[in-house]
Design a protein around this ligand. Structure first.
Ligand SMILES: *[C@@H]1O[C@H](CO)[C@@H](O)[C@H](O)[C@H]1NC(C)=O
Ligand SMILES: *[C@@H]1O[C@H](CO)[C@@H](O)[C@H](O)[C@H]1NC(C)=O
Ligand SMILES: *[C@@H]1O[C@H](CO)[C@@H](O)[C@H](O)[C@H]1NC(C)=O
Length: 365
C-alpha cells in the first residue's frame, strides 16, 4: 500500500506504534471501560499478574525509544549520548516548537505521524497504565506523551492555524548528522483556512483529546487545556475540509494521506470519550457514518488509516454504554462493532477469515 519513501522514513515509529497498537487491539475483547459513563479513566481490569522479565524489558526499550527521539531542551535526560537540539525551532514565527519528537533517523518533525503516535501512546496508557506502572514505565510513558502534547499546544497558536512540519526534508536527508549538531535552516509549514489540512488537524485533535484523558487526574488544568485545543482543532478540521496532501504537496513523498474521513471519525470518537458530549456520537453515527466509515470493509490500523481503531473504540460504547443512546446512533455503533469483529477475525490465526499475510510463525505483514 505504501510507497518506499514512507516505509523507509518512518519505520522506527512503526515498531513502537505497532507494538502499542497490538496491545490495544488485543485488549478490545478483554477490557471493560467500566467507568466511561462517569468520564473516569480506567484501564485493564485486574491487577497485573506476575511480571515476565522479557516483556518488561521489551516495553522498557520500546518506551526508551521516545527518549531518544526527543527534540528541545531535555529534562531528566537518561540517554547519555543525547543533548539539547532544535532549540530555535519555530523561532521565526515567534513560536516555541523546540519540543516534540524527530521522525526517525532524520530530524524532521512531521506533525501527522507524530500526532498519531501521541494518540496511540495515550490509548496504550489508558488501557495498560497499571501494567506500565508495575514495571516502572508509566512515568516515562506519560512524560513522553507530554513531550509531544506540549509541542502540539504550541503548534496551534490560534483556532484555525496549525503548524504541521518543522525542517526541510530534502536538506535534512542529505546530511547524516546528530541533531545536536545540525545547522540547516528549519522552515515550518502551516495549515490554515486558505490551505486546510483536515487529516493532520483531526489527528492532532485526536491526540489532544486522548491525552486529556491520560492527564485528567494528574493535572486537570493541563487536561482541560488539551481538550480546548482538541475541540477547536476538530471544528477547524471539519468545517474547513481539505486534504493536507493536496493543499501541502510537499508532504506527498513522506506521509501522504489517502483521505481524511477516517481521521474525522477517529477524532470525534476520542472527543466523545473525553467529553461525553453527544454531538460527537451523532457525528460518527447518524451524520457521517455512511460517508466515511466504510462499514463492512475491514482495514489495517496505521498512521494513514484509523478506521480499525475507530471501530474498536466505538465498539466499547456499543458493548457497555447503550442506555442513553438513540436507536439511530445504536445502529451506527453496531456497524462499527461488526466491522471491528471482522478486523479482529482477520488477525486471529485460527479464524476462518484469518489473513494469509503472515509468516509461518504468525507474524503479520
Ligand atoms: C496558509 O498556509 C499556506 C500553506 O502552508 C501558506 O503558503 C500561506 O502563506 C498561509 N497563509 C497565511 C495567511 O499565512
Ligand atoms: C498543570 O498544568 C498547567 C497548565 O499547563 C501548568 O501551568 C501547571 O504548571 C501544571 N501543574 C503542575 C503541578 O504541573
Ligand atoms: C498523495 O495522495 C493524493 C490523494 O490524497 C494523491 O492524489 C497523490 O497522487 C498522492 N501522491 C503520491 C506521491 O503518492
Amino acid at each position: 500500500m505504501e510507497t518506499e519513501p514512507k516505509k523507509s522514513k518512518g519505520w522506527c515509529w512503526w515498531i513502537v506504534v505497532l507494538a502499542i497498537a497490538a496491545m490495544v487491539a488485543a485488549s478490545a475483547t478483554l477490557t471493560i471501560w467500566s467507568n466511561a459513563r462517569h468520564s473516569k479513566v480506567s484501564s485493564v481490569r485486574g491487577r497485573p499478574g506476575k511480571i515476565a522479565e522479557k516483556y518488561a524489558d521489551a516495553l522498557k526499550i520500546a518506551i526508551q525509544f521516545f527518549d531518544i527521539q526527543k527534540s528541545g531542551k531535555l529534562v531528566n535526560n537518561k540517554i547519555d549520548w543525547r543533548g539539547d537540539s532544535g532549540l530555535e525551532d519555530g523561532h521565526e514565527e515567534m513560536l516555541d516548537l523546540s519540543k516534540g519528537m524527530y521522525d526517525a533517523g532524520d530530524h524532521m518533525k512531521f506533525g501527522f505521524p507524530m500526532a498519531f503516535t501521541a494518540t496511540v501512546l495515550s490509548w496504550g496508557i489508558l488501557e495498560y497504565g497499571d501494567h506500565m506502572k508495575a514495571v516502572k514505565q508509566l512515568d516515562n510513558a506519560q512524560a513522553s506523551l507530554k513531550w509531544i502534547t506540549d509541542y502540539l499546544i504550541n503548534a496551534h497558536p490560534s483556532p484555525n492555524l496549525l503548524y504541521i512540519q518543522v525542517g526541510d526534508p530534502e536538506l535534512d536527508h542529505e546530511c547524516w548528522e546528530r541533531p545536536e549538531a545540525m545547522t540547516e535552516k528549519r522552515p515550518v509549514i502551516q495549515v490554515n483556512t486558505s490551505f486546510p489540512g483536515t487529516e493532520v488537524a483531526a489527528e492532532t485533535a485526536a491526540a489532544m483529546a486522548s491525552a486529556s484523558l491520560v492527564f485528567k487526574k494528574i493535572n486537570s488544568s493541563y487536561s482541560n487545556l488539551l481538550l480546548k485545543h482538541a475541540r477547536q482543532l476538530f471544528t477547524f478540521a471539519d468545517t474547513c475540509r481539505g486534504s493536507y496532501s493536496v493543499n501541502i504537496p510537499q508532504v506527498q513523498p513522506y506521509y501522504n494521506s489517502t483521505g481524511y474521513g477516517d481521521e474525522l471519525l477517529w477524532a470525534a470518537s476520542w472527543l466523545f470519550h473525553a467529553t461525553r458530549d453527544e454531538s460527537y456520537l451523532k457525528y460518527v453515527t447518524l451524520q457521517n457514518g455512511d460517508a466515511f466509515a466504510n462499514w463492512g470493509t475491514p482495514t489495517w490500523f496505521c498512521w494513514d488509516d484509523k478506521l480499525a481503531g475507530t471501530q474498536v473504540l466505538l465498539s466499547r460504547v456499543n458493548f457497555f454504554d447503550t442506555t442513553e443512546i438513540s436507536d439511530g446512533e445504536n445502529i451506527g455503533l453496531q456497524m462499527y462493532r461488526k466491522t471491528a469483529e471482522a478486523v479482529i477475525c482477520g488477525l486471529l490465526p485460527d479464524s476462518p477469515t484469518a489473513t494469509s499475510s503472515r509468516t509461518d510463525s504468525n507474524i503479520l505483514f
